[in-house]
Design a protein around this ligand. Structure first.
Ligand SMILES: [Zn+2]
Length: 475
């Protein structure tokens, strides 16, 4: 009721202000003093209830987690003692270990066993729980890693309080991203290595698509020129400034996208990301193609029944590796082909000239009709008006001649393959640029690889898999 009343009074005030604005226009000198806007005194009743219930039960949830952990410790104690050097190990001591979780700090008393012969130690309850002591753990670390793979670490830390009710700092988020990202990367790499090995078994898909579109592209991110992190000489002095980024400290990120052509045709643009699979990394071209191959084999799509449609720009690293797919169709990205045509048209007819526009449109129409050889023949006939125009003309001829067999756009369109690498370019923007290419950002190679591994999982709709990744134990 109070909320309704305050809403009503707010509406009244808005009207007063609106009328005052109108009046001011009419009779400016005698306008009344403006009314300061006011916030409601409290949260809505609904949200008060939610907040009160969570405040009341959160400690009890925490206590319940602690009790469940104690049960695990008791069950571990009942089990047979661990064996080392052919004999049961001796119980050495029992010390509490704790973790920060989404419901607060939890702890368990862990028995430590020691081998009388070799001195090795172990804490079986930690093995049973599959967790390392003394760190943010479980669900919390995955949530922090999720935030850190979406926004910069300081902002992610700021979001942890309102979203998770946990006070975090940027370093905690960074660590969570590194731990989970390392686990994701290790799994992806292992999967690539497995599928590259001669004896690996690929599942067979019951309904393999007739064709799968694989689009590959590269872009660069800023990489730190130093191998080591900056260190403060003392606690109170500031960090030394970052050196400027020289050329050559950018590393190429190579991305592959594959999507069945039917998805591309039927799904609206905004839903495109849901169904396509992005493969990305700072890896070299061979590693990227191994990853793409592994992803295709995992789905049972690398079989003679499925045509691999490879779309890319003129980069040699793409086409040199196309032969990896025996049953394939190579397509040169249509927009890259048109860039060459436009470059020549602008030099020949002038930037913004109607003739340039007309000429390029005709090239586009001819290319889409599969007439690349006719376009090349016409280019041989033209009289370039300047040496620059001549060079641009020769570049078009060279590019189109080299890739003519990848420019049968009429066929590709008829079969619904698509002729542009727009999917991979927008994937780049979403996977790479949005997080790794913000102003002034520079990355360590490992750090960038970890974030990319997590972002690929997130944007491929596979984030739920991350709870089956085991975080690496710190040495
Ligand atoms: Zn031993």
């Amino acid at each position: 009721m109070r909320a309704v009343a305050s809403l009503w009074s707010l509406a009244q005030r808005v009207r007063v202000v609106a009328e005052a604005t109108l009046l001011r226009k009419a009779v400016a000198p005698s306008s009344p003093a403006p009314t300061r806007p006011v916030l409601a005194a409290t949260a809505s009743r609904f949200e008060q209830i939610e907040q009160a219930v969570w405040a009341r039960w959160r400690p009890q949830v925490c206590a319940a987690v602690i009790a469940a952990l104690a049960d695990e410790a008791a069950a571990t104690r009942m089990a047979a003692r661990p064996i080392c050097c052919g004999q049961p190990m001796r119980r050495h001591d029992a010390r509490p270990v704790s973790w920060l979780t989404w419901v607060g700090r939890v702890h368990v008393t862990a028995d430590r066993y020691r081998c009388r012969t070799c001195g090795a130690q172990c804490r079986p309850v930690l093995d049973r729980l599959e967790v390392e002591p003394g760190r943010p753990s479980g669900w919390l670390v995955r949530q922090l890693a999720l935030l850190g793979s979406v926004v910069p670490y300081p902002l992610a830390a700021a979001l942890a309080d309102p979203l998770l009710g946990v006070r975090a700092n940027a370093m905690m988020v960074w660590r969570a991203v590194q731990r989970l990202g390392a686990a994701a990367l290790a799994y992806t790499d292992a999967l690539s290595a497995y599928h590259a090995a001669p004896g690996s078994v690929a599942p067979t898909a019951a309904t393999a698509p007739a064709a799968v579109v694989v689009a590959v592209d590269g872009c660069v991110v800023g990489v730190q020129p130093r191998a080591t992190r900056r260190r403060r000489p003392t606690k109170t002095t500031a960090l030394p400034p970052l050196p400027p980024v020289p050329d050559g400290t950018f590393r190429e990120v190579k991305t592959g996208v594959r999507l069945p052509p039917t998805d591309r045709v039927t799904l609206p643009e905004r839903a495109g990301l849901v169904r396509r699979v992005v493969v990305t990394g700072l890896a070299d071209a061979d590693a990227l193609f191994r990853q793409v191959t592994a992803q295709l084999r995992e789905r049972g799509w690398l079989s003679p029944q499925t045509l691999i449609v490879l779309i890319g720009d003129g980069s040699e690293w793409i086409w040199q590796r196309a032969a990896l797919f025996a049953h394939r169709c190579e397509i040169l990205d249509f927009w890259h082909a048109m860039e060459y045509a436009w470059a020549y048209a602008h030099l020949q007819f002038g930037e913004g000239a109607r003739r340039a526009d007309h000429w390029a449109r005709r090239v586009a129409a001819d290319l889409k009709a599969g007439q690349v050889h006719a376009v090349i023949a016409r280019l041989h006939q033209v009289q370039p008006r300047s040496p620059e125009a001549a060079a641009a003309r020769d570049a078009v001829i060279r590019y189109y001649t080299t890739h003519a067999h990848r420019m049968r756009y009429d066929e590709y369109l008829a079969r619904g393959y698509g002729i542009g690498s727009g999917a991979v370019e927008s994937a780049h923007k979403q996977v790479v640029h949005a997080r790794l290419r913000q102003a002034g950002m520079r990355w360590s190679v490992r750090g960038a690889q970890h974030v990319l591994a997590l972002r690929a999982l997130l944007l491929n709709g596979q984030w739920a898999q991350t709870d089956r990744l085991r975080l690496a134990w710190a040495a």
